[in-house]
Ligand binder design. Structure first.
Ligand code: ADP
Length: 190
């Protein structure tokens, strides 16, 4: 298996680069944000539970997030690998993920951290807001999401640095140039 975590703040380009990675490496895409939005649009019990957090730019509690991730991994039992997009967002989630992968006799091979400064993130999300229809792309909610990132999620990086798996990639520039840099990191971790 080949398992990659695509890491970075909201607006860093995780979704864009995930699509390209999936096409190239034939991985199953696990985006917790996409899974939550799907539940919200179908008004499932889970969707109703998480909507308030997401619309307000807050992280969904770990026990809920870990549960949906476990289910998503199980639903993709035949996958040749995973790209984790937007997960883990807390150190606890990272620890649980390691445990789940160990049970499957596999591991995270590489953590790609997309590096984009705060001004650029705000600009990108403002442009996206005009077409995304996402309640959490509103300017005030974006600040909350960036704040959550720097309060809680940033600590995930040292967790993977300690395992020697984190690679920082410059997230500003041409999409293709960024993709090439990501592939280089992935290929050297395989
Ligand atoms: P972005 O990367 O643009 O912030 P995502 O689609 O990854 O967007 O996530 C949208 C929202 O879904 C987050 O702001 C958060 O509320 C919730 N969410 C997604 N993944 C997680 C996670 N791993 N832990 C907690 N909340 C999450």
């Amino acid at each position: 298996m080949l398992n990659i975590v695509l890491f970075g703040p909201p607006g860093a380009g995780k979704g864009t680069q995930s699509e390209k990675l999936i096409a190239k490496y034939k991985l199953a895409h696990l985006s917790t944000g996409d899974i939550f939005r799907d539940h919200i649009s179908r008004k499932t019990e889970l969707g109703v539970k998480v909507k308030e957090y997401i619309d307000n730019g807050l992280l969904v509690p770990d026990e809920v997030t870990v549960g949906i991730l476990k289910a998503a991994i199980e639903a993709n039992a035949g996958a040749t690998g995973f790209i984790f997009d937007g997960f883990p967002r807390t150190v606890h989630q990272a620890e649980v993920l390691d445990g789940m992968l160990t049970t499957l006799n596999t591991k995270i091979h590489s953590v790609i951290a997309l590096d984009v400064n705060e001004d650029e993130l705000k600009k990108r999300i403002e442009i996206r807001r005009q077409t995304s229809g996402r309640a959490d792309d509103d300017a005030e909610k974006v600040l909350k999401r960036i704040d959550e990132y720097f309060q809680k999620t940033i600590h995930v990086l040292p967790y993977y640095e300690a395992q020697g798996k984190a690679v920082k990639v410059q997230g500003i520039g041409e999409i293709e140039t960024i993709f090439t840099a990501i592939c280089k990191a992935v290929d050297s971790a395989k």
